[in-house]
Every structure is written in structure tokens, then in C-alpha cells.
Design a protein around this ligand. Sequence first.
Ligand SMILES: [Zn+2]
Length: 287
Amino acid sequence: MIANITIVGGTHGNETSGIQLVRNWQKFGVPAAYKGLNIDCYLSNMAAIDANVRFVEEDLNRQFTPALLARQPQCQEARLAHALNQQWGPKGESDIDLLIDIHNTTSAMGATLIILQADEFHTQLARYVKQQMPEANILVEDEKPPSEHAYLCSIGKRGIMIEVGAQPQGVLRADVYDLTERMALAILDFVNAYNSNSVPELPPCDVFRFIENITFPRSEDGERLAMIHPALQDNDFAPVSTGEPVFLSFDGEPQAWQGETIYPHFINEAAYHKLHVAFATATKAQL
Ligand SMILES: [Zn+2]
């Protein structure tokens, strides 16, 4: 039974689609079909939202590992994480059955559902969302146990993220907002079906399983030597095989991918600038 649901926007203060969806549902209420669910809509990082920035001091969505929650908070977002952990947790003992954290990305990832585990609940959820939104991507980040993740959504008994793009930081696009809302509604439809034991038997669906982040080529001084190759740009979740270009160096030379076929995503994500992450890789699997 999924009794308590918390829907969060503004974990990154310049990701407007989730912020606006939460504001609209706070103002007008969640759609009538979900009145039977106990849904709390919440904006998590108000200081960052007010400033229209991703975060004030540090990324709130990287503060929720057991180690960070156990130590004295050192910055504004760490203090906020501790407060949210008090309010909703503590992590591992939360009353929130499902925490849905809504994000958007500057990468062309379309409507992506990020799940942190591939147990029966999340498998059924993934198949259901994929059936309702065939254009959706399912990204599985189960390279570590959910409890080890630093994400805000990991406070809940179950935590998932909606990640939609491409949308520039601080900008609200109606098409991205629409995809965000449709995915949120598909998830809530699933919860209604799950609670009434009426989830249909669905066939396995394609998913992408996270492998690692790839950084831009850099000199010994840390200076970037290349940009994303135009053949890769905006082609999130399309396969890249060995020998295909992923970078274009500033002297005009393409740089090819070497290795197993990958499914890049978060390609040229603006927020990963400081980390020099160029894209993340995934394998394709069935769930
Ligand atoms: Zn985000």
C-alpha cells in the first residue's frame, strides 16, 4: 500500500517545471482522480528558488548519504538536508511511501523516469509508465543500494525522480512542463492501480542502466581541450559504438568512443560544468 506520497519541486532552484507543477497543485489541488491518496506537494530549496540558482552553497541533491547526514552540516544545503531528514525521515525510517522529486535538465533526455532499484514495485512502475508514455525513457541507477544514494528522494521508503529536458536553467517551456505533468500523472495512476491490486500484467520494457560519468578531455592544467561532438549533441539515449565520435577537439579533430556500445545521457548538462562531466553512459536492458 502506497499511502503517503510527497511530490517535491525546487530541489534545484532553477529547474522550473517541477517548481511550477508543485505550485499549481498547491494552489488548485491535485487532480480529483488522486484525492484518495495522501499527497503532500512541497518546494524543498526555497532560498535557491528565490535566487533562481541551482543551489546557494552546495548541491542539495548530493547531501543525503548516511555519512553526510551523520556529520555536522557545513553549508546551507547541508543544514537544509538535515532539517528535511528530521521532517521526513530519518532516512531508513520514513513514513513517506513514495517520494517523487521533479527535475529538469538542459540535455535532450525527453521525459525520463529515474529509479534507484529494480524490485517488483519499481519494475511494475517502469512498465506502467512506459506503457502510458511510450516516448518516456526509464533510467535505472541501481549501481549502489538506494540507501547509499545522496539524492533527496532517497529519504523516502521509495524514491524516484522525474527528469525532463531539454530545458534551459531558469526557463519554463510548455512542452517540458506538459511532459513533466504527464509523467507525474502516470506515476499517480500507477499508484492507484497498485493500491487496488489492479496493475495489469505488462511485458518487460527497455530501460537504460547507468554505468559512469565521462569527463571532458583536459590538459594537465585542467583546461578543456574539446567540446561535445555535433553528432552526439541532443542524441541522448541513442547508441554510440566504438569508433563513433563523441568529442570535437578545439583543433578540429573528432575524438571517437572506444569500448562497448553505450547509451549516453545528460549530454552537455549545464549543471555539470564545474565537475567537467560531459555525459553519463548506460547500457540498454530489459526490466
Ligand atoms: Zn535537478
